[in-house]
Design a protein around this ligand. Structure first.
Ligand code: CO
Length: 249
């Protein structure tokens, strides 16, 4: 079931999404050598409660934290623990908030101090692939146009696209239909319409696209333990085209 949202519903998703974006800025500002992943998680949890919402991930299928923290070769869903970030790491911070019954979801990957040129490039390419995917989210296009835009940009830069995790519809639930793969063919898949709200979230790898889940049942890592980056925005498709809802205010 695909739910097209009214302007009022999009406004509520926007309020949750702005809160997510503001929270990510706070969390990003705290990223530095020596900080632990649990400290970042605490900022995420307090921010969600301060603005009158709640963390979207905590308790979702028994996920134990408010934030996903994915360091270096962790692709997504890293569980915050006592690991201290160190200079040269890259860390994906993925955050969701429920506010007034609606969800917002966004992620970014940030450097810890100065990082290798390769890591910088991977982060830049991943963010740009997200923006190129979003640019294709216009009424009349299809999901495959979004997917293809992400994939072609990332692969042209020499990186690979994760297949095992995809973006998703979002609204009254964290994960709604449709799925939004980061690989695919132009002109294929669901036709995009005004009122669709999507979380688009490319995960781009330095080496193989293959991933493995660790013993904890959550942490997804690259099979070859090379670097991975992840960026995500919640967007609404309006008549005029896509609007990024997870923008800070
Ligand atoms: Co998501």
């Amino acid at each position: 079931m695909i739910y097209l949202k009214t302007a009022e519903e999009i406004d509520k998703i926007r309020r949750a999404s702005v809160a997510v974006a503001n929270g990510l800025l706070k969390i990003r500002a705290a990223v530095s050598p020596g900080v632990t992943l649990k400290e970042l998680d605490r900022i995420a949890e307090s921010h969600a409660r301060e603005i009158g919402g709640r963390p979207a991930f905590k308790g979702y299928r028994s996920y134990p934290a408010s934030l996903c923290t994915s360091v270096n070769y962790v692709v997504v869903h890293g569980i915050p623990d006592d690991y201290r970030l160190k200079e040269g790491d890259i860390v994906g911070i993925d955050y969701g908030i429920v506010l007034d019954d609606f969800y917002g979801d966004s992620a970014m990957t940030v450097p810890v101090g100065s990082v290798s040129p390769r890591a910088e490039q991977l982060m830049q390419v991943t963010e740009e692939s997200l923006l190129r995917g979003i640019a294709q989210a216009i009424p009349g296009n299809r999901i495959g146009d979004v997917s293809h835009a992400v994939q072609s940009y990332a692969e042209a830069a020499g990186f690979s696209v994760v297949r095992n995790f995809v973006g998703h519809g979002i609204g009254r639930r964290l994960h709604e239909e449709p799925q939004v793969p980061n690989y695919g063919n132009q002109g294929k898949g669901l036709k995009l319409e005004q009122g669709l709200v999507l979380a688009i979230e490319p995960m781009i790898n330095e080496g193989t696209h293959e991933t493995v889940i660790l013993e904890d049942g959550w942490t997804a890592v690259t099979k070859d333990r090379k670097l991975s980056a992840h960026f995500e925005h919640t967007i609404a498709i309006l008549r005029e085209g896509p609007v990024i809802l997870t923008r800070p205010e």
